[in-house]
Design a protein around this ligand. Structure first.
Ligand SMILES: *Cc1c(COP(=O)(O)O)cnc(C)c1O
Length: 458
């Protein structure tokens, strides 16, 4: 499969380039030139497959000559052998709800599903290519932990993770910073998540620096993450075993996970609506419900992994609704940069064919956690509660699955506030509470971070 950049569809790229670079040099996002939907016969055959075999079938067409199907299959098996749930993901029916639990990986959030796979993709690449790669990533809590777990102790790979000092939950920080791996470096930045993200972006933009350290990125725009996430849409659809279209409610921040659902639909999965569920950082809800794409100041919520106003993956949808025209996409992205984009009516109609949206505020999040606990004796995390809350507020005709994106024990303070109950860690992770943490607190200064990285890898 060949790829182009959303901002220049004249140049073609291989999967290898797309995977290692993450972002195109022109600032655009990589996207396949053409997506061939699976036939009805193929989908029927997929129904009977277990998760890892299904993942192999879904992912392989995107990888081209990067890896053989046999090697991919064993790579995927290895990736998901670290999950506590044998089935990898778990569809749970509780009353009127169907909840797809995606948090059974090593760091308790759905980010593990893509990250464990990506870690092994790097390893596969490095077995054939004699080089050393340095991954630099910013995190608001979950991405960093998942990336570290996937990369730790791998040969010829180092990972540097920037998190905002004192702005993530203690459990989130402890999962990242405990553990003695020599190739993992945690940095707490004196600033907020946007500052961390800006430091990483300017490190990438300094081509002399980024090339000199062979820098690579694993944030949610990386295409390899999207394709790994598309798999559970197929898997849960087949589990439901319905001949009708179904909908998915997706707690959304960077538009990565829900875009994976859109990709699944393009690949032929009979999806009705994708529900974009946001917290009070509601730019995507305002955009999808009325075309208002004006970013406001980020506010801190009890669903911190979705405290975001610049949903990077939305550019891929913009490219599609602009009839795959790079020039139009570029114009729109320039408007977004100066916060002046409004979605016109024609484009909004196209978007609403596939996407609807809802915003759930703090009070509604807490009351949803409480309601689900009282009704079904089930504890859901604040992000998942936003997915449930959005589905209940909207009038969706089709059968719907809510994606459960994190384990509730990652957000004990919010859970206690909602239902006055302490959520404890799974036994395998209990050790992090007494382990020594490894991280350095550094100024919000890109040159200092560059020096730190250079020093560590020399
Ligand atoms: C990252 C994250 C999200 C948002 O996912 P996007 O792909 O950024 O939309 C939702 N819930 C949790 C728990 C997360 O870690």
């Amino acid at each position: 499969m060949k790829y182009i950049s959303t901002r220049d569809n004249n140049l073609e790229f291989s999967f290898e380039e797309v995977f290692l670079k993450g972002l195109a040099d022109d600032g655009g996002l990589f996207i396949p030139v053409n997506i061939q939907p699976f036939s009805k016969e193929e989908l029927d055959r997929f129904k009977k497959l277990d998760y890892t075999d299904l993942a192999t079938e879904i992912i392989h067409p995107f990888l081209g000559s990067f890896i053989t199907k046999e090697s991919l299959k064993s790579l995927i098996n290895k990736s998901y052998s670290t999950f506590r749930e044998k089935e990898v993901v778990k569809l749970r029916k509780v009353g009127d709800l169907e909840i797809l639990e995606l948090f059974h990986g090593p760091t308790l959030a759905f980010k593990d599903v893509a990250m464990q796979f990506i870690g092994n993709l790097y390893e596969h690449y490095l077995e054939k290519n004699n080089s050393e790669i340095n991954i630099v990533v910013a995190t608001s809590g979950d991405t960093g932990a998942a990336a570290i777990d996937a990369i730790k102790n791998k040969k010829n790979l180092n990972i540097f993770v920037l998190h905002p000092n004192n702005k993530i939950s203690s459990v989130q920080r402890q999962i990242m910073t405990t553990g003695p791996a020599k190739n993992v470096f945690n940095i707490a930045i004196e600033g907020n998540f946007d500052d961390c993200q800006n430091i990483v972006k300017s490190m990438f933009a300094d081509l002399q620096f980024s090339k000199s350290i062979n820098m690579s990125g694993v944030n949610s725009i990386n295409w390899a993450r999207i394709i790994a996430q598309a798999v559970y849409y197929f898997y849960s659809y087949f589990k439901i075993n319905s001949s009708d279209k179904i909908s998915f409610s997706v707690p959304t921040g960077n538009f990565g996970d829900v875009y994976a659902g859109y990709l699944a639909k393009k690949m032929g999965l009979p999806i009705d609506k994708l529900i974009v569920a946001t917290n009070t950082n509601d730019i995507l809800h305002r955009a999808i419900s009325k075309g208002d794409y004006i970013a406001k100041k980020v506010s801190e919520t009890i669903s911190p992994s979705m405290d975001i106003q610049i949903a990077s993956n939305f550019e891929r949808l913009i490219y599609d609704i602009s009839d795959k025209d790079s020039e139009t996409t570029k114009e729109i992205m320039n408007k977004i940069k100066v916060n002046k984009y409004k979605i016109n009516e024609k484009d909004l109609i196209k978007i609403n064919k596939d996407f609807v949206s809802e915003c759930i505020n703090e009070e509604e999040t807490l009351s949803t956690i409480k309601k689900i606990y009282n009704e079904y004796n089930l504890v859901i995390d604040p992000h998942t509660a936003i997915g449930v809350g959005a589905l209940r507020k909207l009038n969706i005709k089709s059968r719907s699955i809510v994606l459960a994106t994190a384990h509730p024990c990652k957000f004990p303070i919010a859970i206690e506030k909602a239902i006055n109950k302490i959520e404890t860690l799974p036994d395998e992770l209990n050790y992090i509470l007494n382990e020594k943490e490894h991280y350095e607190i550094l100024d919000n200064n890109v040159d200092k971070i560059k020096n730190y990285v250079k020093e560590k890898i020399s």
